[in-house]
Design a protein around this ligand. Structure first.
Ligand SMILES: Cc1cc2nc3c(=O)[nH]c(=O)nc-3n(C[C@H](O)[C@H](O)[C@H](O)COP(=O)(O)OP(=O)(O)OC[C@H]3O[C@@H](n4cnc5c(N)ncnc54)[C@H](O)[C@@H]3O)c2cc1C
Length: 386
């Protein structure tokens, strides 16, 4: 195998996921989105096939693979028109953090359900007043005997209605310094004091975002994941997987948009020849092909570095991949709409709906500006700008 080719095993995985995703397809995904149904059938099918927890250790019901494997699953689903945001959240962020820092009992409790899809876990860090500056979050955890009591508010939290629990980033008082330090807690979504309400979004997706209210939610001592004094390190451990997954979500979506456009311009005739014969149509699509392939390559590099244990190297590559993939997906979606002319705006052709989904990749889980800040500071050695 050359270092620029994925392993035979990973290529087979991609083919198998594609086959499964095709049995559902874009029509199923948009029908669920527009009727308010959930893609639970697809989610459980991915879980049953072993793809959902493919990155999680085998002893906890996973496939024992790496982040590149679960990223490939996410990308191929999106490439068939089924972009599942909860793939980024449940197995990749929550699954990674719990696998790396949870106790054996916590892993036994949560990982098998994350793998088979029966115990999906949401992830909540964003707060209305802190936004991008997650150092400013104010959700707090205070000790009460052996218990913890959580109070605060989160926003834009994906999939609360489909999840059994949510990994909440909170702050607890450090007994020694009195300062507030980040800590991670698993909170059941039906815990007394926890409530959530959907935010009306313009994305055509069955997966919704929520405002989450945490009003004196009482948790047992074992709800805290990992070391109380190392919350930041543990949180950072989830960031590279999050970025690699977000990049794969975007490259998959970009591929789907490009496939739709390419197929259309091969047959649509206006001046006596397929519109794809005009360079004004063909070149932007060719550009998208190049941009998506470059983003995929960087995503694969980030996965390989992460799997090799090079967290710093993976950090730079994962940020670059996430940036490049989101840009490529936005351009591909825009070009797909343009290639379809008026049909590009209809529900029948379903391409315009990709615009907002692709656009969200420029904002979440980390915005393009924060990636540019990272690259300016860490890759170029420029002064910190914020
Ligand atoms: C579809 C979707 C799903 C999401 N799912 C989740 C989830 O499951 N869990 C979760 O915790 N969060 C989730 N989020 C939240 C997401 O992570 C945030 O929206 C994102 O981090 C940006 O925060 P904000 O919306 O508060 O924007 P703000 O922080 O208000 O920023 C607004 C704009 O200002 C820019 N900006 C801010 N500071 C700087 C700076 N220093 N330099 C340059 N530019 C700057 C930002 O890049 C952005 O473009 C989701 C968001 C979306 C859209």
């Amino acid at each position: 195998m050359s270092s620029f080719t994925e392993s035979e095993e990973r290529q087979t995985l991609r083919r198998e996921v594609t086959k499964l995703a095709k049995t559902y397809g874009r029509e199923y995904f948009t029908r669920c989105a527009r009727s308010g149904e959930k893609t639970t059938d697809l989610w459980l099918a991915i879980g049953k096939a072993g793809y959902l927890g493919i990155n999680i250790p085998e002893e906890y019901g996973g496939g024992g693979g790496g982040i590149g494997d679960v990223a490939a699953v996410c990308e191929e689903l999106a490439a068939q028109g089924c972009p599942l945001l909860m793939m980024v959240v449940s197995p990749a962020i929550c699954g990674t953090v719990i696998s790396r820092f949870g106790t054996d009992a916590q892993k036994q409790k949560w990982l098998p359900g994350i793998c088979d899809g029966s115990e999906t876990m949401a992830f909540a860090i964003t707060e209305p007043d802190a936004g991008t500056n997650s150092h400013n979050i104010t959700t707090t955890a205070r000790r009460d005997g052996d218990d913890w009591v959580l109070k605060g508010q989160k926003t834009y939290i994906s999939g609360m209605d489909e999840s059994k629990s949510v990994l909440v980033v909170s702050r607890a008082e450090d007994a020694k310094t009195g300062k507030l330090k980040p800590c991670l807690f698993v909170v059941p979504t039906d815990a007394p004091g926890l409530s959530f309400t959907p935010i009306p979004m313009e994305i055509v997706s069955p997966e919704l975002q929520f405002q989450v209210f945490i009003d004196d939610v009482r948790l047992p001592a074992d709800a805290i994941v990992g070391d109380e004094d190392a919350g930041l390190v543990q949180l950072f451990a989830g960031l590279n997987p999050e970025r690699i997954m977000a990049a794969s979500f975007s490259t998959g979506l970009g591929r789907f948009a490009l496939d739709r456009a390419t197929e259309y311009v091969k047959t649509r005739e206006v001046f006596g020849a397929p519109i794809g014969s005009h360079q004004g149509i063909a070149h932007p699509l060719a550009q998208s092909k190049i941009e998506i392939e470059l983003a995929r390559l960087m995503t694969q590099k980030a996965s390989a570095l992460y799997e090799a244990g090079d967290d710093m190297g993976a950090g730079e590559a994962a940020n670059m991949a996430k940036y490049a993939a989101a840009e490529a997906a936005c351009d591909a979606a825009d070009r797909a709409v343009q290639s379809h002319g008026g049909n590009g705006i209809t529900q029948e052709y379903g391409v315009a709906g990709l615009l907002v989904a692709a656009r969200a990749g420029r904002i979440a889980p980390v915005s393009r500006e924060m990636i540019l800040n990272f690259v300016g500071m860490h890759s170029l050695g420029l002064p910190k700008s914020y």
